[in-house]
Design a protein around this ligand. Structure first.
Ligand SMILES: *[C@@H]1O[C@H](CO)[C@@H](O)[C@H](O)[C@H]1NC(C)=O
Ligand SMILES: *[C@@H]1O[C@H](CO)[C@@H](O)[C@H](O)[C@H]1NC(C)=O
Ligand SMILES: *[C@@H]1O[C@H](CO)[C@@H](O)[C@H](O)[C@H]1NC(C)=O
Ligand SMILES: *[C@@H]1O[C@H](CO)[C@@H](O)[C@H](O)[C@H]1NC(C)=O
Ligand SMILES: *[C@@H]1O[C@H](CO)[C@@H](O)[C@H](O)[C@H]1NC(C)=O
Ligand SMILES: *[C@@H]1O[C@H](CO)[C@@H](O)[C@H](O)[C@H]1NC(C)=O
Ligand SMILES: *[C@@H]1O[C@H](CO)[C@@H](O)[C@H](O)[C@H]1NC(C)=O
Ligand SMILES: *[C@@H]1O[C@H](CO)[C@@H](O)[C@H](O)[C@H]1NC(C)=O
Length: 583
């Protein structure tokens, strides 16, 4: 009797623990995984302290449903969890992994824990959780990178694979939502194109100048919301908004941003960035982007990148963004500084490279001089990494006084289709005098000629935009390598002319040997570091790319929160003094 009561009590206790954990972990995020049909929806929530993630997968089927994490977007080697409800209402659920052939094999260690599995006439809903890192080689770690999420289902409970019921989507799962606040008084303003006819060419960068709202006193922008024209939303690759200086020669016409008309190359400081897959960008509640002071732009340059690979004719666009601004000022004024590799024309990536690294250096000791006034140390609140089709990873590495002190932003599984502003959990200090290196890793296995830096998606860029406060007048801090040094090492005819060196890269016989030589030479050569302010004034100085020491990989000590078999939360094991004494 006592035993029964005790186990009943234990059961209740466990149930309460679980209920509590799931309620704390409310499912904040939501994405449709099969965007054409809307039959598969994922909701999830993250506990960053406990390193646990909870998922709810909901599929319009009464058959089996599955969720997976893939190393590269393919089904092979994916970490998969499958569940369903039999017609007799009994349930099945298992942590599996995909080897060469369907169906995926069950893992020896079951690291996904089922919280609920329900079904009605149309829909199956499965709620489950796991540790971000399970230390099981058959599971994928859930990291601060863009994850490749797989979803799949069947029409009945036999685990039959159907290609048309499998989907892959790049998702940044470990999102941070800052504490935001909607002020009691605010205004909105649209910065957008006006019925622009999208040209029938693969790539168009449409640019125009748009006045900012005129306000007689200082306001703070607290939210940028993308404004996508439903006519053309699927042709828009990115939207960038740049602040213009007073002396900008503005026009109301729309022109090609990187064409022959220099008018549209004016204004270099990004203030808003959105790209495919991104969403609205909220500033934390104590931070705002100033509007209406003498330092703020009267005009911005709106840049919209359209891809018209299907050569559609007669499509008009009125996209842009909506800004939300308030007279209720916040504590900090934020700004954005661009770091990375000087784009044109010195940035190059050889063909046939599996993972070619490019480096851009920023030395902030010139910030005072270029700012025109002493610059205060900064706090970084968010970042946006920007690169094109060949990009596989981007890191923003932080050095102080010659020592690597951290990473300001990183995505080792970059997907150019998902460029978005991402918040940091805690602000990061960036002091004047620090150095910042942006490292981009590219794969050009499918290309047979050199890829150069440039504005088209077929060219490359390697940039990181850091959102920080307090703001200053600096817009850009980047570098290019000594290309003549690189072509010398590659055995090309000696030249001191940069454009000639750029041309000579086309004559190199690219193989794995010359690729490694080029990467090494570009990294060890002297960099020309350029710091530029919003008025376009710049200063240059030489610099060297410091070494990068990758942080220690996560240690699997088997005491981490491994959710085993679902029956108990393993709390005692984690705290067990015997385990602690083991080391
Ligand atoms: C089945 O469940 C789904 C998800 O909760 C719900 O949207 C749908 O309306 C339900 N259908 C019926 C027939 O109850
Ligand atoms: C993600 O990044 C944060 C710092 O922003 C770090 O504290 C955390 O451990 C990282 N999580 C994982 C799973 O790598
Ligand atoms: C300003 O732009 C117009 C055309 O857009 C051009 O004709 C004019 O020369 C420009 N003025 C300056 C000072 O650049
Ligand atoms: C722009 O011009 C206004 C008045 O013409 C002036 O007050 C302001 O300081 C100027 N801003 C910058 C950034 O030069
Ligand atoms: C930087 O390093 C030098 C020696 O390498 C040392 O003298 C100096 O105090 C350091 N500065 C800071 C701010 O840590
Ligand atoms: C920007 O530069 C101007 C001088 O050109 C200076 O008055 C102003 O204080 C600077 N802004 C910041 C935020 O340092
Ligand atoms: C470099 O080596 C990889 C295998 O590691 C190979 O697949 C690739 O074709 C090589 N690239 C070139 C340009 O030879
Ligand atoms: C952790 O446990 C797994 C299985 O329980 C085992 O295969 C692995 O070797 C262990 N790892 C360490 C570092 O002890």
């Amino acid at each position: 009797m006592l035993r029964m009561a005790l186990s009943l009590f234990l059961l209740c206790f466990l149930w309460i623990v679980k209920a509590e954990e799931t309620s704390v972990l409310h499912l904040q995020f939501s994405k449709v995984l099969d965007h054409h049909h809307g039959s598969v929806r994922l909701r999830w929530g993250v506990d960053h302290d406990k390193e646990i993630i909870v998922f709810e997968l909901q599929v319009k089927t009464t058959g089996w449903i599955g969720f997976g994490l893939s190393p590269d977007g393919e089904l092979e080697e994916s970490d998969i969890v499958i569940g369903g409800v039999h017609p007799d209402k009994s349930i099945y659920f298992s942590d599996r992994h995909m080897e060469d052939e369907w169906p995926p094999e069950e893992d020896e260690n079951q690291n996904y824990e089922l919280l609920s599995l329900t079904q009605n006439e149309t829909t199956t809903t499965m709620v489950f959780r796991r540790a971000l890192r399970t230390c099981d080689p058959n599971d994928q770690d859930i990291t601060n990178d863009t994850m490749r999420v797989i979803s799949l289902y069947g029409l009945d409970d036999s685990l039959t694979y159907e290609e048309e019921h499998k989907f892959m989507k790049s998702i940044f799962l470990l999102q941070i939502i800052p504490l935001t606040e909607t002020p009691s008084t605010y205004f909105t303003y649209e910065i957008k194109l006006n019925n622009f006819l999208i040209p029938v060419t693969d790539t168009t960068y449409a640019c125009t100048f748009i006045p900012m709202p005129s306000v007689s006193e200082k306001h703070h922008i607290f939210l940028y919301d993308p404004l996508l024209d439903p006519n053309s939303a699927d042709m828009i690759h990115h939207i960038l908004v740049y602040a213009c200086g007073n002396n900008t020669n503005v026009t109301s016409e729309v022109g090609e941003c990187y064409g022959s008309d220099p008018t549209f190359t004016q204004c270099s400081q990004v203030i808003f960035g959105w790209a495919v897959g991104g969403s609205a960008f909220h500033l934390p509640k104590d931070v705002g982007i100033p509007l209406g002071t003498s330092l703020d732009p009267y005009y911005v340059r709106l840049e919209i990148h359209f891809s018209n690979f299907d050569a559609k004719e007669g499509v008009h666009d009125s996209s842009g963004m909506t800004i939300f601004y308030t007279p209720q000022l916040r504590e900090h004024d934020a700004g954005i500084i661009q770091f990375g590799v000087f784009t044109f024309p010195m940035h190059f990536i050889p063909p046939g490279a599996e993972n070619f690294k490019s480096y851009g250096l920023c030395k902030t000791d010139k910030f005072h001089e270029v700012n025109g006034w002493p610059v205060e140390n900064m706090k970084v609140v968010a970042y946006l990494l920007h690169s094109h089709l060949t990009a596989r990873g981007i890191k923003v590495i932080h050095y102080r006084n010659g020592t690597q002190i951290g990473i300001l932003a990183q995505d080792d599984k970059y997907d150019f289709r998902l460029q978005e502003s991402r918040h940091h959990r805690y602000t990061m200090d960036l002091n004047v005098g620090d150095e910042v290196v942006v490292e981009c890793t590219a794969s050009t296995m499918d290309r047979d000629s050199v890829t150069f830096g440039g504005p088209s998606t077929l060219n490359e860029m390697c940039l990181a935009f850091l959102f920080l406060y307090p703001r200053n007048n600096i817009s850009t801090c980047w570098s290019y390598t000594d290309l003549p040094y690189v072509t010398d090492i590659l055995g090309q005819e000696h030249t001191t002319d940069i454009m000639e060196a750029v041309m000579n890269l086309n004559y190199v016989e690219w193989d794995n040997e010359t690729i490694r030589l080029a990467e090494k030479a570009s990294k060890e050569a002297v960099q020309t570091v350029i710091v530029q302010n919003r008025r376009g004034t710049r200063s240059t100085q030489p610099g060297l790319i410091p070494d990068f020491n990758p942080p220690m990989p996560h240690q699997c000590d088997n005491t981490s929160f491994v959710l085993s078999d679902g029956s108990s939360p393993e709390k005692t094991e984690v705290d067990s003094p015997m385990d602690a004494n083991d080391s």
